[in-house]
Write a protein that binds this ligand. Sequence first.
Ligand code: XMP
Length: 519
Amino acid sequence: MTDISHDRLLIIDFGSQVTQLIARRLRELNVYCEIHPFNKVDEAFLNAFSPKAVILSGGPSSVTTEGSPRAPEALFAMGVPLLGICYGQQVMMHQLGGKVESGHDTAEFGRAYVSPGSKKLNILDGWFVNGNEQVWMSHGDHVSKIAKGFQVYGTSPNAPYAIIADLQRDFYAVQFHPEVHHTPNGAKLYENFVRLAGFTGDWTMGAYREQAITAIKDQVGNQQVICGLSGGVDSSVAAVLLHEAIGDQLTCVFVDHGLLRMDEADEVVKMFRDHYNMKLIHADERELFLGELDGQSDPETKRKIIGRLFIDVFDKYAKPIGAKFLAQGTLYPDVIESVSFSGGPSVTIKSHHNVGGLPEKMDMALVEPLRELFKDEVRALGVELGLPASFVGRHPFPGPGLAIRCPGEITREKLEILRKADAVYIDQIRKHNLYDEIWQAFVAILPVRTVGVMGDGRTYDFACALRAVTSVDGMTADYYPFTHEFLGETATRIINEVEGINRVTYDITSKPPGTIEWE
Ligand code: XMP
């Protein structure tokens, strides 16, 4: 709870897999919202947070089970608009005097169609344009009696109380999930809800930039700050924001471990030192990393060596600066406290350390200016801060770099071949205007030589694999369906232009069961 200058919406999380999507939909409407687990939200919390409206999320529990999650009673007396989703609807009905029952016969999972009731409802403006509206249901329990003051505004074959509302109190509740893709018109419902709650859409990246700059200045005072810059979107945006706030109090450390892509180090130095005029330490530690990786082929060993050296190197360059703060590009999905039902209601905090272990080792406090933002908001902030669109739209690149795209032993020869092949592949993708459609694309060089024929001669060179995936968050992924023409043209270019490769394959593994990277 750091921001009090915007209208704030509270999402009480009852443990649904898709609670984050509610926040996404609201942020898209320029509404500032935060997700907090139900067992943290009590009367004191509500008073301190002072939300303009509250959404109660879905969740896996049954309100008919003893000890299942509840909303604080104080919520219903606050006088702010409420919207209950699925379990959120059931908990509202249960606590306000309605009835919820369990029963397989009325369970509904998947696509359903809601029909309008006879009366119009403000949050349904622009809905039911085609008579029925497709929605996504996922409930075992169902409301069997609505609480006093509520009326029905929409029904589905298995959910007679699909949409209900108490207009006196501005309490709304739906059985389905408007936040998911399979409720195609769902965003409209959220839009109507936040408008009637009086949100003006004041959560913009311009406003965020101003607020974040003030917060950074307040936090660090006149102390020095260091920031590990990888050239990736998150650390780059964090660095530019910090630089705008504190100028030369910021030093960025860019570690070149010899596992970067073609021209990457030059691009980072040009952008941050030359263009932004930042204090940037370009730590050329290629010999150190490649020396220690020599002869190693086990993926976990490679990762461990790189992680350990990274901390050592960072420490070496950062210590003399005497910084009291370490800046990190931690994002909101990394810090949302999630509801865990494994051992009864408890909270699990996912923590994320780009340079894990350093704050303790160097006795520094963290500055995390992006911790309220989702990935696409970070990109929007990057554009707001003047970073070129081509830079903020870059595909993710892993910390261990090309090491995990080089199965088997890492040699300088293989890295050089890999860099060239990757550059040709990405060039092809850009030329065909496919870069922004793809979540991540890269080449892996395989630890195998194959026989080929070029001109009149025999070749005995490396095989490589092209990888391109679509994904939302990197957790699951599918291979990108390139055309045969594209694949053929790219293979020809790589074999012609990259000495050392004579065979190209395309990796069509999804995740799961594969992973995106090869190691
Ligand atoms: P996998 O291969 O696990 O990768 O499917 C999912 C996403 O995470 C990236 N990745 C990493 N990023 N440090 C990082 O900063 C790492 O050690 C690391 N390993 C994988 C990967 O590129 C993909 O975007």
